[in-house]
Design a protein around this ligand. Sequence first.
Ligand code: PMP
Length: 366
Amino acid sequence: MKVYLDNAATTKPLATVVSIVNELMIDDYGNPSSMHAMGLNAEKIIKKSREYVAKALDVEEKEVYFTSGATESNNTAIFGAVNQMKRQRKHIITSKIEHPSVLMCMEKLEQEGFSVTYLNVDKDGIIDVEELKNSIREDTILVSVMAVNNEIGAVEPLNEIYKLKNKYNFIFHTDAVQAFKKISVEQFNMADLITISGHKIHGLKGIGALIVKEDVKIKPLILGGGQERGFRSGTENIVGIASLGAAASFTMHTDRVLELKNKLALELSNIPGIVINNKNAKAPHILNISFTGKRGEVILHELEAKGIYVSTGSACHSNKFGESHVLSAIGMNKNDIGAAIRISLGEFNTEKEIEYVIESIKEIVR
Ligand code: PMP
């Protein structure tokens, strides 16, 4: 049996995505900037996808800008906001558990002389809103806090940040990669800048979007031919954009995913030697567990031998962050961090698969 449980790293493309890709590559390969019918057709595909993404996020179509993925969206949001305001202001706030595509930008800005506050999180990975409030300065440009953490599924209190935004005057960015299509949009679509990614929601890799609210001004990062209304140059990735549109408009069954996660968590918590590291996580798809006295990568390969694919920590960060900075920030000790694996569920997992995983883990522990 093959059981894919690494959906926070990437997901299987939907069948509709695969057929759209096939169709577009054979017939509709025009450049939307071309003035002939094939160009016009490509433009229509982008328009339709923008409509789907806007609808799924409950934002305006004109607020959606397609990018090459969440890494670019995060870079654009952060540097775009800073470049807009760097003459007057020098301070940025983020959290200690952001994705490297946020943290590396912060590091670069610090090297350039900006001051960055890294908010602490509690044992569940949740920021302290009081600490945030106390960190806001007159020269704060940006607050960037993710909606859902990719290693432990913590859902951050973005509504509280939004309330502060209305009182103080900063730009509010959220990396919503692990939130989009997983939790309700009201929990994250109030941010000024919102990052999403195609391949985390059963679309293609190399496509994402940055939502820029109409009243927010940030500088573009990629200059050139003026595509995406001058905000993001480069010939549009039509196939990717179409895949993002299709995935965004697809009805995901998150209740079912949550049920499977809860079943898995309950059964695993009864196995001696297994600790659930994210008991209170509100995200429906991420379970983080440690195998006391064992190494996460050893367990990963033992599971792999049984056809089960999981991850240690997060699959997508560079070695620079080494041992999970997220698990460390929630106060776990080095041994438990080294013993951790992340199981992330998705749309296509079944109850039968979860039962097989439970039995397999029992066997491994034995
Ligand atoms: N942010 C988060 C929270 C993520 O999980 C990921 C993917 N690991 C990214 C950003 C980067 O996404 P992409 O692969 O689309 O650049």
